[in-house]
Write a protein that binds this ligand. Structure first.
Ligand code: HEM
Length: 308
C-alpha cells in the first residue's frame, strides 16, 4: 500500500507542478512570440497552456485516488480528522479556488486562441488571468496540504475546528514555508524542462536553440536553489523524521542518499541543456532524472513520516 501511495503522490505532485507554473511559461512564450513575431512560439505557448489545464484536471483525479489510499491506510482516521478540522475554514474554499484557477486559465487560452488581442489592455488582462490561475494554486494548496499533514501527525497543537486566524498562524511554521518553496521551485523545474523539450520538438531550427536554452535555464536556476531550500526543509522537520533520514531507518536513509545523488545528476544534465548540447536524447534523459528525483524524494518523505 505504501508503494502505491508513493507512486500516486509523486504523480500528483508532478501534475500539480505543471498545472501551477505551466501557465507562467505560457505567458512567457506568449510575450516572446509577440515581441519577436514568431507564430511557432505562439502556438507552443498555447500548447503548454492546454497541457497545464489538462494537468490540473488529471492531477485532481490522481489526488482523489490518493485520498482513497490514505483513507484505506493505517493513518486514514488521523488524516481525515485533520482534513475535517480545516474543512469549513479552508477546504470548502479550496474547491472554489480550483474552479477559479480552471476558469481563469481556460479564459486566457480561449481568448488567446480566438482573437488577435491587438489592444495592449487585451493582452495585459488575458495574461493576468493566467497569472492569477498560477499564483492562486501556488499560494493555497502546498500550504494547505502540508498543514493538514502536520495536524494529522500531531506536529502542531490546534483547536478543532481550525478557524482562518489559527490557520494563518500555522502558515509561518518553518516546515510549511520551506516545503512550499520546495514545491514552487520543483514546479519551475518541471514546467521549464517540459517547455524546453517541446521547443526542441516543435520549433523551426532558427528559433529552437535560444528559446529552448532559455526554458532549460528557467528549469536549472530553481533546481540549484533547491540545495539551500532542501537543507532548510530538512532542518525544520521533527526529530523523529530527521533521525529516520539520517540512519535511523536504513531504507529511508538509502533512498534519501540516492535521491540527493540523482538531484545533483539532474543539475548537471540541466546545465548541459541550458549552456551546451541541446539534443532530444539528452532532454529525455534529463526528464527521466527529474521523474526519478521526484519519485525518490516522495518515497523518502512518506517513509520518514512513518507513512502518514
Ligand atoms: C481536489 C483536488 C485535490 C485533491 C483531492 C488532492 C489530494 C491530495 C491528497 C490526498 C494528498 C495527501 C497525500 C499523502 O499524504 O499521501 C495531497 C498532497 C499534496 N497535494 Fe493535493 N489534492 C488536490 C489538489 C492539489 C493542488 C491544486 C495542489 C497544488 C497546486 C496540490 C498539491 C499537493 C501537495 C504539494 C501535496 C503534498 C503535501 C505533503 O505531503 O506535505 N494538491 N493532495
Amino acid at each position: 500500500m505504501i508503494w502505491l501511495r508513493i507512486f500516486f503522490l509523486a504523480l500528483h505532485l508532478f501534475l500539480m507542478n505543471l498545472a501551477s507554473v505551466g501557465p507562467l511559461m505560457a505567458i512567457w512564450l506568449d510575450i516572446r512570440a509577440r515581441r519577436r513575431d514568431q507564430p511557432a512560439v505562439d502556438l507552443l505557448g498555447r500548447r503548454i497552456g492546454w497541457w497545464s489545464l489538462a494537468a490540473l484536471g488529471l492531477g485532481i483525479l490522481v489526488g482523489v485516488i490518493q485520498g482513497l489510499l490514505v483513507w484505506w491506510g493505517d493513518g486514514g482516521p488521523a488524516y481525515f480528522d485533520a482534513l475535517f478540522a480545516v474543512w469549513q475554514s479552508k477546504v470548502i474554499y479550496g474547491f472554489w479556488e480550483i474552479g477559479f484557477s480552471f476558469v481563469c486559465l481556460a479564459g486566457y487560452l480561449f481568448w488567446w486562441s480566438s482573437s488577435e488581442r491587438n489592444a495592449l489592455w487585451q493582452r495585459f488582462v488575458s495574461r493576468f488571468l493566467a497569472f492569477l490561475a498560477a499564483t492562486n494554486l501556488l499560494y493555497h494548496f502546498p500550504t494547505l496540504f502540508s498543514i493538514v499533514g502536520m495536524i494529522a501527525r500531531g506536529e502542531v497543537d490546534v483547536d478543532s475546528p481550525v478557524d482562518s486566524g489559527e490557520f494563518r498562524t500555522l502558515l509561518v511554521q518553518g516546515e510549511v514555508i520551506w516545503f512550499t518553496l520546495h514545491f514552487w521551485f520543483a514546479s519551475f523545474a518541471v514546467s521549464g524542462l517540459l517547455a524546453g523539450i517541446a521547443c526542441l520538438q516543435r520549433l523551426p531550427e532558427e528559433q529552437r536553440e535560444d528559446t529552448a536554452g532559455a526554458a532549460f535555464t528557467i528549469a536549472l536556476v530553481p533546481t540549484v536553489l533547491q540545495i539551500p531550500v532542501g537543507f532548510l526543509l530538512t532542518t525544520s522537520l521533527n526529530s523523529g523524521q530527521q533521525s529516520r533520514l539520517m540512519g535511523g531507518d536504513s531504507l529511508c536513509t538509502a533512498l534519501f542518499v540516492v535521491s540527493l545523488g540523482l538531484a545533483f545528476w539532474l543539475m548537471h544534465l540541466l546545465a548541459g541543456l541550458a549552456f551546451f548540447e541541446r539534443t532530444s536524447n539528452k532532454a529525455y534523459q534529463t526528464l527521466a532524472a527529474l521523474g526519478g528525483t521526484i519519485l525518490l524524494m516522495t518515497a523518502t518523505m512518506l517513509l520518514s513520516r512513518g507513512g502518514l
